[in-house]
Write a protein that binds this ligand. Structure first.
Ligand code: FPP
Length: 300
């Protein structure tokens, strides 16, 4: 009955290997959100005696296949780790190549993203990116904003700890802004440190008036993350065999199933993606309970 499934028709021609994997896939139990650590580009190039950047270029083909397949399988959200806050430590030439490659990729893939009704966003500290990258990413987000299908997030200058710190600072800013708006006293020192930039003039010279302690909740924090309106990832895929989460979506992967494959990212094709989905479907997700339970308020 393979050819009758509505999702399958949109996948287009499949290889015999893909067809065998698709036969086993339960389309009603696909992850809502898949996150991917695309690792192994350098090793892929090294094995072929090519410069590392050739691995990154080859990696864009895997990104395209993964994006298109997930969109056609009606996955709600796909998040790809393209550049971490730690990646600035790489040689300048490699960083410049990656930024240029990303700009090229956005431009080249726009028709595919539109055709597949994909929305796009970028997660990370965008202010520290080169101006041209900031402009291109902004324009791509705007150009795809009216689409209604999968949300593709590209983590760019992203760090999981940085994201949590940014969320905490956003909460502090909101709360202190609220105090100032109400004319209550707030310490200038606290205000300047929470906003990250000094204020022009002190808001209030007096010592802070005692006020009820209002603790930050998990929901408050989740609402201020870069991924605020997305479900948490159900499946985290990491290529090239390393058993690490590398500062990726630290808060959001609390209950994610982790799939690590030895396959290097440039070799990660549609069959390898289907294998990851099948492996996901074998897991019993318990969210801390004894039996598999549907997600609750805490575990989405
Ligand atoms: C990790 O491989 C990969 C990266 C740091 C960059 C990922 C970028 C791409 C796949 C290209 C463009 C991105 C998109 C979203 C289209 P590595 O260099 O750490 O490999 P190694 O561990 O083998 O050295």
């Amino acid at each position: 009955m393979l050819h009758r499934h509505p999702h399958l028709e949109t996948l287009g021609p499949v290889t015999p290997e893909e067809a065998r994997l698709l036969e086993k896939l339960d389309f009603s139990r696909l992850p809502r959100h898949i996150a991917v650590i695309m690792d192994g580009n350098g090793r892929w190039a090294q094995k072929r005696h090519l410069p590392r950047v050739a691995g990154h270029r080859a990696g864009t083909n895997s990104a395209r296949t993964t994006i298109e397949t997930c969109a056609r399988l009606r996955i709600e959200a796909l998040t790809l780790y393209a550049f971490s806050v730690e990646n600035w430590r790489r040689p300048k030439a490699e960083i410049e190549f990656l930024m240029q490659l990303l700009r090229e990729y956005i431009r080249k893939e726009m028709p595919l993203l539109q055709r597949n009704n994909i929305r796009m966003r970028f997660l990370g500290r965008s202010d520290d990116l080169p101006e041209a990258v900031q402009r291109d990413t902004r324009e791509a987000t705007e150009a795809l904003a009216k689409n209604t299908g999968m949300v593709l997030s590209i983590a760019l200058n992203y760090g999981g700890r940085a994201e949590i710190v940014d969320a905490m600072n956003a909460i502090l800013r909101e709360r202190n802004g609220h105090l100032v708006a109400q004319g209550e006293s707030a310490s200038p020192a606290a205000l300047s440190s929470c906003s990250g930039r000094p204020l022009d003039r002190p808001v209030c010279e007096a010592a802070p008036a005692p006020r009820p302690f209002s603790p930050i909740t998990e929901e408050d924090l989740a609402r201020h993350l870069y991924t605020a309106d997305l479900p948490d990832p159900d499946l985290l895929i990491r290529t090239s065999g390393e058993m690490r989460v590398s500062n990726f979506l630290l808060w959001q992967i609390a209950y994610a199933e982790i799939f690590v494959t030895e396959t290097l990212w440039p070799d990660f094709n549609r069959a390898r993606l289907l294998e990851a989905l099948l492996d996901f479907q074998k897991r019993e997700r318990r969210y801390g309970a004894i039996h598999a339970a549907p997600p609750t308020r805490v575990a989405r």
